[in-house]
Design a protein around this ligand. Structure first.
Ligand code: NAI
Length: 468
């Protein structure tokens, strides 16, 4: 049977594209090699890590945060098996949710590994080795990404002692010493989980700052906060070797600026040095689909590859490797395939680091504006001056707004603080509508809320805040 669309991969990019295309009246099939839908995000990424981040934060709060509020609970006891069961149950309900959406929208889910035979033809090999051939007007590559490993270093990731994020969310006991290679999002999120549960965590990062690419003010203050929580950092340090040793492993790093190498021991090493587009076995070369110099499927502004009828979205193409960016591309492409005008605004894609406190940003950083020679104004407001934050003992952090010096149009927003990942969206919506810091500062915000700090930072950008 011929489909309008075959989507290869059921992560946030693929499954959302499939649902939207079906909602718009197209006949859709999704090919997925995993036993469950949802891709990396739902099965081994965003969703399980958030279950562990929340549970480990509750554990940490019970031990360290409640006493000051007059809640005396004694020393909490960790039941790691139960915490992992909560994570597994969270994954199960989410992947089942995708199955439900496929049924509801009459999408054919086909288990197996998809390979593009040519434009319009996909072969699918299932677990039993059986092959079937499917036909469609359009093929969407949504195969996501895989662990990149450490550039230039050969590391045997066994997912027990030397782990990627996949093994990092299923350790069977809390390591005494954990070394995290890479101070990016995965390293700091999963490092936080195991730190809260009792591990001594050392992050070794190549750059001089953590969260490279984030606003400088934010990453500096964030590092101080994590250090206060007990996370140790070796910055400007290049990891040159990771090897198993006895029941643990040894990590060797050297100063990027040159100097003596250091070797440290770890019970578990988390490799969090980025991800790479996943295109292996897809038949792209045979089908003539061109990749760019970083191994990503090359696309134009409408997600078209160089081969007519073959499209690509999500982590396998350029842009930030974020689930919500993939989802929005999925929607836009489905609309295009249905004859509408799908579009993604790449200037307004929020990013959130789900640590405690959270770090969230949207739009340009101060460093980017400087580099682009754009004249800007800055408004900052600390949570120490926010009543709700004081009431919750959540005064760590600040809101920073960047606006165009002449037009006052908001160009970027950066928040570090409790609930930053929720608050960032009011800045995103404002930016989507081309709003100014005055618009934001004049919008009535409920009192007392953490979000008032966003309003105050906006007031600080175009004139003066009230509470400072
Ligand atoms: P990343 O690119 O965010 O960070 C990797 C870090 O490793 C960089 O800071 C880099 O300088 C460092 N590094 C590379 N080679 C090194 C070496 N030899 N020695 C020391 N440091 C080295 O990658 P990460 O954290 O693995 O995440 C992968 C992808 O997944 C990212 O695109 C990220 O955006 C996404 N992700 C997003 C999440 C979120 O939005 N909350 C959560 C988890 C992942």
């Amino acid at each position: 049977m011929a489909y309008d669309v075959i989507v290869i991969g059921s992560g946030p990019g693929g499954y959302v594209c499939a649902v939207k295309a079906a909602q718009l009246g197209l006949k859709v099939a999704v090919v997925e090699k995993r036993a469950t839908y949802g891709g990396t995000c739902l099965n081994i990424g965003c969703i399980p890590s958030k279950a562990l981040l929340h549970a480990s934060e509750m554990f940490h709060q019970a031990a360290h945060g409640m006493d000051a509020l007059g809640v005396e609970v004694g020393a909490p006891k960790l039941n790691l098996d139960k915490m992992m069961a909560h994570k597994d149950a969270t994954v199960k309900s989410n992947v089942e949710g995708v199955s439900f959406l496929f049924k509801k929208n009459k999408i054919d889910g086909i288990q197996g590994t998809g390979k593009i035979v040519s434009a319009g033809k996909v072969s699918v090999t299932n677990d039993k080795g059986e092959v079937q051939e499917l036909e469609a007007k359009s093929i969407v590559i949504a195969t996501g990404s895989d662990v990149a490993g450490i550039p230039g270093v050969s590391v045997d990731i066994d997912e027990t002692v030397i782990v990627s994020s996949t093994g990092g969310i299923k350790l069977t006991k809390v390591p005494e010493k954990m070394v995290v290679v890479g101070g990016g999002v995965i390293g700091l999120e999963l490092g936080s989980v195991w730190l809260r549960l009792g591990a001594k965590v050392t992050v070794v990062e190549y750059l001089d700052t953590i969260l490279g690419g984030m606003d400088g003010d934010v990453s500096k203050q964030f590092q101080r906060m994590l250090a206060k929580q007990g996370m140790e950092f070796q910055l400007g340090a290049k990891v040159t070797g990771v090897a198993k040793s006895g029941t643990g492993a040894k990590v060797t790093y050297e100063p990027v600026k040159g100097g003596e190498a250091t070797t440290i021991d770890a019970d578990v090493v988390l490799i969090a040095t980025g991800r790479k587009p996943f295109t292996a076995g897809l038949g792209l070369e045979e089908a003539g689909v061109v990749l760019d110099n970083r191994g990503r499927v090359e696309i134009d502004g409408h997600y078209r590859t160089n081969v007519p009828g073959i499209y690509a979205i999500g982590d396998v193409v350029k842009g930030p490797m974020l689930a919500h960016k993939a989802e929005d591309e999925g929607v836009a492409l489905a609309e295009i395939l249905a004859g509408q005008h799908g579009h993604v605004n790449y200037d307004v894609i929020p990013g959130v680091v789900y640590t405690q406190p959270e770090v969230a940003s949207v739009g340009k950083t101060e460093e980017e504006l400087k580099a682009a020679g754009i004249a800007y104004k800055v408004g900052k407001f600390p949570f120490t001056a926010n009543g709700r934050a004081r009431a919750m003992l959540a005064t760590d952090g600040f809101v920073k707004i960047l606006a165009d010096k002449d037009t006052d149009r908001v160009l970027g927003g950066h928040i570090i603080g409790f609930g930053a990942g929720e608050m960032i969206h009011e800045i995103a919506v404002l930016m989507e509508f081309g709003g100014s810091s005055e618009d934001l500062g004049r919008t009535c915000h409920a009192h007392p809320t953490m979000s008032e700090a966003v309003k105050e930072a906006a007031l600080a950008t175009f004139f003066k805040p009230i509470h400072m």
